[in-house]
Design a binder for this molecule. Structure first.
Ligand code: ZN
Length: 499
């Protein structure tokens, strides 16, 4: 069908423009000189504008009409129909947003990201406040253009997690909170407490870089189709055979970089293994950010923070790190790596308390977008909620409201993806264990490739053929639910803490 081919050509151009933006962003976060920021802001803005023009090209509407009224429409494959559906969904949403607003938002988020960095360094929210106000204002306008009748948070959530809304999330998160707090308390009250001095030892950055490469390769991240660099805030970006991950090294805590590499490698493996038969088509993208986070959290926690994995890896780890960890023993070491304790910092949080950090952000972000709280009230509200949910006292903005980059980039609606990722990862794990009964043995032998192959086949290769809730149902046979996640946490942490 000619019109289908023409539609796919337009779509391919947009996808290529997005992949250019991704590499420009990566460059800005890694190697670009600081003075280049205003120029980069303009460069990214023009790319975003071009992309927006492509995905809202009036020809798309015409082509969609032609395709759907064509007698041969029913002969299109499911994959082709999905492409048509995804292009139409995106078109109908984005055509409502003026291109000028997209360009302004791109410029302001670049400036806000730089301002956030300075503010975080100085632990001073007031530096970032005016930039965040601008980004928030423009983001709310964007949401209002897309759907003025919907709560802005839901507009953003629907882009990242098609099929979900805040009503669904609120009930999911409330159930989760009720189950997580008792597990956290049992860990905190257990007599068997972790000795964190086993991990907080000086470990040279060069050694940590070797560890990063070793662990990324071990789990199947392809370094010939990617690379590992250093940034303040680790992330993954790129497309198919050029998917880059980043990490942040901390001299006195190797685990910070080690687990961020595993996390980002999980994202990288997903991106590198999307279905290459469909490259440059919308169906070849990730299903959702929650599915993305299920892959990163799977490698970081299910594998990386397990006793089985360290049964295999500890010897190799000792070899790679010289004398530093020569005296550590398996079980106390794993207990320290998986230690449950409320922290101020989300990315340093353990598996049990992690979702509480997300729930704090979810509640604040919805209120912020609905103007129930103002930007200048954020530090106070943040600190109150952290005290209430996690019992931690925030002493300055850097360890409080300024710790995450998301809002600076206009990434509203993103935080729930992390918790959805935890929940989905546990559902995938339960199904994987059913189909690979020797799952634990494989990890104990350091054989990650059959596990990665399972994910490649069941999840990665389906790419964006299904929306996230449908994908979870298809892979696991069950609707998304928290019970596998809770069972996983109870079993794992009762063993580690002996309750
Ligand atoms: Zn992630």
């Amino acid at each position: 069908m000619q019109s289908y081919k023409r539609l796919m050509r337009l779509s391919e151009e947009a996808i290529l423009l997005q992949s250019i933006s991704a590499i420009m962003d990566w460059d800005m976060e890694t190697y670009m000189p600081a003075k280049g920021v205003p120029l980069r802001g303009k460069q990214i803005a023009i790319l975003e504008t071009l992309n927006h023009e492509r995905i809202t090209d009036p020809q798309i509407e015409k082509l969609l009409d032609e395709i759907k009224s064509d007698n041969d429409y029913s002969k299109l494959s499911d994959v082709q129909k999905r492409n048509v559906y995804l292009i139409e969904r995106n078109y109908l949403r984005e055509v409502k947003v003026p291109t000028e607003l997209i360009s302004k938002l791109a410029k302001e988020t670049t400036l806000a990201t730089e301002s956030w960095k300075k503010a975080k360094k100085d632990a001073n929210f007031s530096i970032f406040q005016p930039n965040l106000e601008k980004v928030l204002e423009l983001s709310k306008k964007r949401a209002a253009h897309i759907d003025p009748d919907k709560e802005p948070f839901d507009v953003f959530l629907d882009i990242l997690e098609p099929g979900m809304d805040s009503k669904y999330l609120t009930s999911l998160f409330n159930d989760l909170k009720k189950q997580l707090i008792p597990i956290m308390n049992k860990c905190l009250e257990a007599s068997n407490q972790p000795d964190l001095s086993l991990i907080h030892r000086q470990c040279p950055i060069e050694t940590q870089q070797k560890l990063a490469i070793d662990i990324a390769k071990l789990v199947g991240y392809d370094l010939e189709a990617g690379r590992i660099d250093e940034t303040e805030h680790p992330f993954t970006t790129g497309y198919f055979n050029d998917v880059r991950i980043t990490t942040h090294y901390s001299l006195n805590d190797f685990s910070s970089s080690f687990f961020s590499v595993l996390h980002e490698a999980g994202h990288g493996i997903y991106e590198q293994n999307l279905n290459s038969d469909w490259i440059y088509q919308p169906v070849a993208e990730a299903s959702s950010m929650g599915i993305h986070e299920s892959q990163s959290r799977f490698f970081e926690n299910v594998i990386g923070r397990s006793l089985e994995f360290w049964r295999f890896y500890l010897l190799r780890f000792k070899d790679l790190t010289g004398k530093t960890f020569a005296d550590v023993e398996l079980e106390p070491f794993v207990q320290a790596l998986a230690a449950v304790r409320p922290t101020k910092i989300r990315v340093a949080a353990d598996e049990v308390t992690y979702s509480l950090h997300i729930i704090v952000r979810y509640e604040i972000e919805r209120d912020l977008l609905m103007e129930k709280i103002a930007v200048n009230e954020l530090p106070v509200v943040w600190n109150q909620k952290m005290e209430e949910y996690l019992g931690v006292t925030i002493k300055n903005d850097a360890e409080g409201v300024l710790q995450d980059i998301h809002w600076a980039g206009g990434g509203f609606g993103y935080f729930p993806s992390y918790t959805l990722g935890n929940i989905i990862a546990a559902q995938f794990l339960a199904e994987m264990k059913r189909l690979l009964p020797n799952f634990s043995d494989l990890i104990e032998q350091g054989k990650i490739s059959p596990i990665k192959a399972w994910l490649n086949e069941k999840v990665h290769s389906l790419s964006n053929l299904y929306d996230p809730l449908d994908l979870v149902k298809r892979v696991t046979g069950k609707a998304l639910n928290i019970s596998d996640h809770i069972n996983y946490l109870e079993k794992k942490y009762s063993e580690i803490y002996g309750f």
